[in-house]
Design a protein around this ligand. Structure first.
Ligand code: HDE
Length: 712
């Protein structure tokens, strides 16, 4: 299904390919009109009192155009403002009737259209794509039974346990209100002030300090529904379920220094990457997985399934793969689709239901509420991207921007004047009924003690990391806290880290010039003693496992180089065979090869063949590529004299990337890396394709970080 059925060029111009970019004033399609359909004769000049006279208020064409322009912006999302979206389909691998009656999870023949939006959380709409941040991972399934939204993140846990803390968390992480600094960054005082007083955030903080927070690509992130939801089957039986998205592109991150440089070189890095991949037919795919827990096993775990700061390690409950999402179409119009799409965890279909997770419960209120101010009223479901497949038939009426023209007199239920229409649907007719959970309770403002263990899962996470991942976490803490100006906040944080891992706490403390102090209760002195702060006191439960490899990104590389972006660094005079062979071979493996040369235009080979240059050394940088290859020839003489070419190699090496060369291409590499013994793992100078390809599969060579000989 195409959600938005508009023509590609709404104004009717729709030029033929050969006309693209060529200027003509001859009518090739429709005329320019006003919003009332009046044909416009002059769109270049406003109505004036003579050639050099004042503009007339009478100029309704000018006023209409400028008024519309003045109102082109809508409020950005209060969180997740920066996002990129794409259309696709979801295909089910196997019927899940045992657990859920949701039709799209029952019939493998159904291809469910989806729209996915990935986002950063803290930054504004125009902020960089690659800050250290959580990424939103929201998918709208346009099912036959109505829209189902799985509104998750790329991390399986959240910072807080109760919805009422969300405004505090967001106020703390957003730019500080007096000076609006810093944009899209958690490395500042208010964020860490809050976090150092919120032990429950510690688990998500560890994910945030890991390379998960600087994904290589939106296509290379896992997604998680976070909360425990319910599956309800035809017999009304409930199972607990956690949702996972597993990318078939592998899970890969950037280097923090690289991410910071990308923010300058191409702050649309992720958006561009997703767009270009889909545009080139390299459709990203994610498998949908579920972890299912029997109702009767609810209390079997040393953590509470309702606590969104906890995950169920895959080593305890395996993830069952049930289907696949393929993103195969870019939006036609960013605003109409990616900006106006309205997700809501409360958009569910029969067969899926909520649990009492107090964070989820708060979200169920928030999302409709926020759309009303963001999209200007209660009729946002009528915007094409938000429309469900089933026709909407109810007694909701009027309001801002109403599109539907309801007929007749009847807008109430029950009625007889409308023949009783529209009718309530019985369960057997697909009517939604809420899961009847037995509740026998006292109304209280309190947190369950089963939510109080804040440290054993971050400890499990840290213990499950490989050496380089641990190193990155240590450095990330040191960086973030190093940007904090108030020393007592830094001190509170390193003291809190002691509760998770002593070695880590001491490493971070040393980098900050501090000494960790173990307090009887890590933070009690800073919380006002109002007698109801039990949840600030953490204790540790024993987890049945000490190590969960599924948490490490290092276990999630893939055995192919499809869609990886490789720079072919060259200049005039390159050997024909060296150049064309490596290009062809990499492209045969579905890699994306970009020819980078000192200038735009064409490079000429030794035989004077011309090949188009994709980017010049002025506009491209090694940080936007996965690997670099230098084919040999007379081009090397030119590159050796070009400081940008030398820097390109140094920087790729510093960021631990695969580097390849043949014949005298290695001279450039040696010049860039004078202290590095060549060849070495990840640096192939023999022109051996298999070696270079294997290196790309490994993504990065982290041992280089321990021996920093390259200052780039
Ligand atoms: Fe959101 N969140 N959130 N959130 N969230 C929004 O809704 C909110 C939470 C998530 O691409 C807002 O339409 C509250 C958890 C994503 O359009 C807003 C709480 C998770 C997106 C909102 C949470 C998310 C949002 C802002 C705590 C992961 C972007 C704009 C109770 C499971 C969706 C909007 C998109 C967006 C509120 C916590 C994911 C204000 C109150 C946990 C992916 O309604």
């Amino acid at each position: 299904m195409k959600i938005n059925e508009q023509e590609p060029f709404e104004n009717g111009a729709n030029p033929k390919k050969e006309q693209l970019g060529k200027f003509t004033t001859d009518n090739q399609g429709e005329f320019l009109t006003t919003d009332q359909g009046l044909k416009i004769n002059d769109d270049q000049n406003s109505l004036k009192t003579g050639e050099r006279g004042a503009t007339l208020l009478e100029d309704f064409i000018l006023r209409e155009k400028i008024t519309h322009f003045d109102h082109e912006r809508i409020p950005e999302r209060v969180v997740h403002a920066r996002g990129s979206g794409a259309h696709g389909i979801f295909e089910l691998y196997k019927p899940m009737a045992k657990y859920t009656k949701a039709k799209f999870l029952n019939e493998t023949s159904i291809k469910t259209p989806v729209f996915a939006r990935f986002s950063t959380v803290a930054g504004s709409k125009g902020s960089t794509d690659v800050p250290r941040d959580v990424r939103g991972f929201a998918v709208k399934f346009y099912t036959q039974e109505g829209n189902y939204d799985l509104v998750g993140n790329n991390m399986p846990v959240f910072f807080i346990q109760d919805a009422t803390k969300f405004p505090d968390l967001v106020h703390a992480v957003k730019p500080e209100p007096d000076n609006m600094i810093p944009q899209a960054a958690s490395a500042h005082d208010t964020f860490w002030d809050f976090i150092s007083l919120m032990p429950e955030a510690m688990h998500n903080i560890f994910w945030l300090m890991s390379d998960r927070a600087i994904p290589r690509s939106l296509r290379m992130m896992e997604g998680f529904g976070i909360h425990t939801f319910r599956f309800i089957n035809e017999d009304g039986k409930s199972h607990f379920v956690k949702f996972h998205w597993k990318p078939l592109q592998g899970v890969m991150g950037l280097v923090w220094d690289e991410a910071q440089r990308i923010s300058g070189k191409d702050s649309d890095f992720h958006r561009r990457d997703l767009w270009e991949a889909i545009d080139a037919g390299h459709y990203p795919e994610w498998e949908l997985g579920v972890q299912i827990v029997l109702e009767e096993d609810e209390h079997k775990y040393p953590f509470d399934l309702l606590d969104p700061t906890k995950l169920i390690p895959e080593e305890m409950v395996p993830v069952e793969i049930i289907g696949k999402m393929t993103l195969n179409r870019n939006p036609d119009n960013f605003f109409a689709e990616t900006e106006q799409v309205a997700f809501h965890p409360g958009h569910i279909v029969p067969g899926i239901d909520f649990t009492n997770d107090p964070l989820l419960q708060g979200r169920l209120f928030s999302y409709t509420d926020t759309q009303i101010s963001r999209l200007g009223g209660p009729n946002f479901h009528e915007i094409p991207i938000n429309k469900s497949i089933p026709e909407v038939t109810n007694n909701q009426r009027d309001g801002m921007h109403r599109m539907q023209i309801n007929k007749g007199k009847v807008a109430y239920n029950p009625n007889s004047l409308g023949g009783g229409c529209p009718f309530q649907a019985k369960m057997s007719e697909g009517g939604f009924t809420s899961y009847e959970e037995r509740i026998d309770s006292t109304k209280i403002r309190k947190r369950s003690k089963s939510f109080f263990d804040h440290f054993s899962q971050p400890a499990l996470f840290y213990n499950s990391m490989t050496d380089h991942e641990k190193r990155h976490i240590q450095n990330a803490f040191a960086f973030e806290l190093g940007k904090v100006k108030t020393v007592p906040i830094r001190q509170r944080m390193v003291n809190m880290l002691l509760e998770v891992n002593e070695e880590l706490a001491n490493i971070v403390a040393k980098k900050l010039g501090l000494i960790t102090e173990r307090l009887p209760q890590p933070i009690t002195d800073s919380i006002p003693a109002d007698g109801n702060l039990e949840h600030y006191f953490s204790f540790k439960n024993d987890l049945p496992i000490e190590d969960a490899p599924s948490l490490s990104m290092a276990t999630k590389l893939v055995d192919h180089i499809k869609h990886r972006k490789i720079a072919l660094l060259t200049a005039d005079g390159v050997k024909d065979e060296a150049f064309t062979k490596i290009k062809r071979q990499l492209e045969e493996l579905d890699a994306v090869v970009c020819v980078i040369a000192p200038d735009h235009g064409f490079v000429s080979t030794e035989n004077s063949d011309l090949y188009p240059v994709d980017d010049s050394l002025l506009t491209a940088a090694s940080v936007v590529f996965d690997a670099v290859y230098v084919p040999g020839g007379k081009n090397i003489d030119l590159l050796l004299e070009n400081p940008d070419a030398v820097h390109f190699i140094m920087e790729a090496f510093k960021h631990c990337k695969p580097i390849g060369a043949d014949s005298n291409g290695s001279d450039l590499i040696q010049k860039a890396l004078p202290n590095v013994k060549l060849p070495q793992e990840g640096v192939t100078t023999s022109g051996n394709l298999d070696e270079f390809v294997d290196a790309i599969k490994k993504h990065r060579f982290w041992n280089r970080e321990e021996n920093p000989k390259v200052p780039a």
